[in-house]
Structure formats: structure tokens, C-alpha cells
Design a protein around this ligand. Structure first.
Ligand SMILES: [Zn+2]
Length: 135
């Protein structure tokens, strides 16, 4: 099976299939969740897709009242904020995505350091990544 292009479109297609995929440099092993052809570490251009576990740790978050278009379309806004998480994946890279399963109107209830797991919200082109606290 041919590998998909190393683009955000391919990343989104993988998500729509329920898989969180990163890009690993075959030359030096550096892993990125931002699809790229040229390795940011060694400048080689020999990438491969690898499936990530989706497990990670909540390193920080912000509550967003003015969402980007896809989240505004999903009903978020000034009166219905959502939490945007910075997650360190078990494999090392950082990624930012919506944090679900928490109360964004009570940010004091959200603890940095929580173990979280990736899930896919929506289907097809509307599929997007989110994280949910485990347990
Ligand atoms: Zn490299």
C-alpha cells in the first residue's frame, strides 16, 4: 500500500479513520505530529507514517471563548466555551487539541498532569482530534 502524502490532509484522513498518526524520520527517528517531509532535526527527507498510542499527559490548557471556524460550527462560542489542551504524547511530541469530558466553565476543576487519551469527534471531513481524561 502506498504511503499517503505527508500533509495535513492525510493527517485528517487518518483521523477520520480513527487513527492518530505521526511522522517519523527514517534517518534519525525523530517523531513529529505535524506532517512534514523534511525532518526538523536532521533535514533528511525520508519520512514514514507511524500510528501513535493516543495516550498522553495534560501539560496545560486554556479556555477558549472565541473558537476557530470548525469549533464555532460545532456550537462553541462566548456562552459555550471549550478547553484547548496541550498534551505531551506518550511517544514524546506535543500536540494541541480540544479537551472533552471536563467542565470548561469551571477551569479550576481541570488538573494539569491528568492522564488523557485521544479520541476522534465527528466523521469524515468534520473529524477532529480531542483528548479525554482517563478513568
Ligand atoms: Zn531526521
Amino acid at each position: 500500500m502506498a504511503e499517503r502524502d505527508f500533509t495535513r490532509t492525510s493527517f485528517a484522513e487518518h483521523l477520520a479513520e480513527g487513527r492518530l498518526m505521526g511522522v517519523r524520520c527514517r534517518a534519525c527517528g525523530a517523531l513529529s505530529v505535524v506532517p512534514r517531509v523534511v525532518c526538523a532535526s536532521c533535514r533528511a527527507s525520508d519520512p514514514e507514517w507511524v500510528e501513535l498510542s493516543g495516550r498522553g499527559t495534560l501539560e496545560g490548557f486554556t479556555v477558549v471563548h472565541v473558537p476557530p471556524t470548525p469549533l464555532a460550527a460545532a456550537g462553541f462560542g462566548r456562552d459555550n466555551p471549550y478547553a484547548s489542551a496541550v498534551v505531551r504524547l506518550a511517544e514524546g511530541p506535543w500536540i494541541t487539541a480540544q479537551l472533552v469530558g471536563v467542565d470548561p466553565k469551571r477551569p479550576e476543576s481541570i488538573r494539569v498532569g491528568l492522564e488523557v487519551r485521544a479520541e476522534v469527534i465527528g466523521e469524515g471531513e468534520a473529524a477532529r482530534l480531542a483528548f479525554r481524561p482517563e478513568g
